[in-house]
Design a protein around this ligand. Sequence first.
Ligand SMILES: *Cc1c(COP(=O)(O)O)cnc(C)c1O
Length: 365
Amino acid sequence: MTDKIMPNRLDRGFEKYQEEFEAAALRVLRSGWYVLGPEVAAFEEEFAGYTGSGYCVGLASGLDALWLAFRVLGIGRGDEVIVQGNTYIASVMGITINGATPVFVEPDEFYNIDPDRIEEKITERTKAVLVVHLYGQASDMGKIVELCRRHGLQLVEDCAQSHGAAAGGKTTGSFGDIGCFSFYPSKNLGAFGDAGAIVTDSEELARAVRMYRNYGSEKRYYNKVVGANSRLDELQAAMLRVRLAHMEEITEERRQAAERYTALLDNEKLILPAVRQGVTHVWHQYVIRTERRDELAAWLEGQGIGTIIHYPVPPHLSEAYAYLGHKRGDLKITEKYADTVLSLPMYNGMTQEEQLRVIRCLNEF
Ligand SMILES: *Cc1c(COP(=O)(O)O)cnc(C)c1O
């Protein structure tokens, strides 16, 4: 009996740099400084450089990054934010926590927001566009940046799945007013617990987020706004610095795994992912599509291969957003994707043997 192949294996990503992670953890434990210290400051500087942004502010999660991004941009009740329908629900919660209303747009064939469908959704209440570089592929930023400029809209990027992905040679997170990142353990740049960050070129916005993350204070016990506790801790920052130093290798390994899938998968029932001209894909997920998705997932499970659906319920049909009043049929492409997508096993440290077994089973289906 061969071992089950899981959709993700975080232990493999740890083992590869185990000595470095352990040394960094001990360094923090022994330092006596655990929250907002030198590791966070160093990570912020290194990550700002990695994304080509002026500033980075470490936070407690990706959702907090989205929430605080819209907060410091002054977006709230009565405002509309345009976002793609096929995203993780956290993208939408970042908007609605602030009291603003999400307006959903259909995706293109690359699973990112369709830039040609944005304009028809703009009203006098529209304040911003939230672009999600889903599955690790950069969106069509040329068109989107131009459109936001022309309509005077703010641009926020959800880069929770796109660490290091670029469009036209420019890194995701550096196009908009604010780029939001998650370092949840399963992300390409993952911590060992919850973590997130924003990046921006605006000193003023960075300063505002820095204030919000620490109870709304710049000077201890003098609070300017009702803020939050959304601090990145030293231990996570130290772990992230280890991984960030190897990010090129981490991304390259995923790219090679994706190439292997694309080269060797051979089954006309499956639609393989396409990469847009001029952008890069960092393969947070390798997502295929088939009309017989549930049957395929069950069959793979029977062969000892686990898969995940990202995501089975689109936010507009989620119980959490029933109050928005959407119904099935409102976003046909989004709904079709939700019914047909399947994410194949994809992780750093996946062996060729494991991947070939997945490919063999998919080709037999
Ligand atoms: C993971 C994720 C988030 C949320 O990040 P957390 O750190 O889990 O809060 C937001 N948006 C997208 C697209 C994600 O994949």
